[in-house]
Design a protein around this ligand. Sequence first.
Ligand SMILES: Cc1cc2nc3c(=O)[nH]c(=O)nc-3n(C[C@H](O)[C@H](O)[C@H](O)COP(=O)(O)OP(=O)(O)OC[C@H]3O[C@@H](n4cnc5c(N)ncnc54)[C@H](O)[C@@H]3O)c2cc1C
Length: 423
Amino acid sequence: MNSPPAPLFAPTPFAAQARLAAVRPADYARTRNALDGAVTHLSPYITHGLLNLPQVLAHVLASAGQQQPLDLQHKFVFELGWREYFRHVWLHRGDGIFDSLHAGVLPDEAYAQSVPEDIRQARTGVPAIDTAVRTLYATGTLHNHARMWLASYVVHLRKVHWSAGAAWLYAHLLDGDLASNHLSWQWVASTASHKPYLFNATNVARYAPAEWHSPGSVIDTSYEALDRIARSSHAVASITRGEGVAEPSLHSAPPAGWPINKPCTAPQAADVVGRDVWLVHPWALGAPPASLPAGALCVAMCWKSFHTAWPWSGARWAFVGTRLASMAQVCWYGDAGELAQALRHARSVHTVADPHLTAQLKAMVSGSALSRPQVQAAPQLFAEVNTACTSFSNWFKRSTRASKTCADLPGLAAYPNPQAQLF
Ligand SMILES: Cc1cc2nc3c(=O)[nH]c(=O)nc-3n(C[C@H](O)[C@H](O)[C@H](O)COP(=O)(O)OP(=O)(O)OC[C@H]3O[C@@H](n4cnc5c(N)ncnc54)[C@H](O)[C@@H]3O)c2cc1C
């Protein structure tokens, strides 16, 4: 097996469309667990709203055609479901997803609160981990299996609290999503599942190219031995090896790499006075809402409160900033109060919601009453489930109860002709 080529993510609708056109659902179902399997690499586009789940499935169904209709139980549909399930949990638990959902194999206090330097610098001496960290820094993404290995090693072998690992990984991903990321770490840690997720060198050798293989390392052992380690409060010894790699710096404001032709300023009323405003933000980089008045001014907004809590790598700022600057006439970075003040002077404001910005958009709506912001709901593929579900299977059963086939999923109603309506 050769290493998969490093995926490149251009922040453009064309690049998103090309990724979508390349999706092969049958190959995906057969090979998705392998690091060089036919996974889609759609997540940075989905996370940042260049694509939404209804668009993705509508397009894949249209490409598959009548010859190979996709079953509701298809692996690809399930995986899109996991994304929406994690959002369902976030909606019901709120900030509770940042704490352990229930007790795990050890009490929270048994784990360290920071990720050790040798892990951050890819010098653990375990090739599967060091290659994962290098890949993460170089590409801003990581295959799902590699994310599971990395999280399992960090939590169960090195005894680092899942929340510290989650914050570190989130910051370096191009597709970092607080629900998918934090709840996946909790699933690995066993605070959102019934047992710890463990992996060994044999598992790595089965699914990854040669440079990931880790014979003779701490993970080259049985599952029984790994389970004992996970349930003991002693971390495995670190055997720091090699030169490692410098961790890319993180930024809580647009860094120097932000497109220089559109510098970010604080929100200013003068920019928008009397105008219809289409407010775009890092989670809404897609097409404008159908209800947008002609001639609306596109304004890009990044909220200081969010980015101070959750800083991003320069690569993620570049991905988001390049797209925002190509869409917007004006770019703003500031707090919710400044935004609300500025928008009071607009004629109307139109934007799309996202759970990362629930508090910020609420503050915008209540503070800029004069321009009556219209906040369109974040697009959903599956039916809303009002009861809080604690398992994916329960949520999936409920959310697809009224659907016989994929085509019946409620989110698809908005995309009767996906090829024509994509962008
Ligand atoms: C520890 C850990 C952290 C993770 N952090 C994130 C994150 O921050 N953001 C993120 O989008 N996903 C996260 N995931 C889920 C998953 O790893 C990525 O969605 C997937 O690897 C993205 O690559 P892809 O687009 O090629 O996925 P594909 O396998 O091609 O799947 C297509 C789409 O389905 C969704 N999807 C697939 N698998 C999952 C899954 N297990 N959970 C949720 N959605 C899924 C994604 O939107 C993805 O783009 C995490 C998983 C783990 C184990």
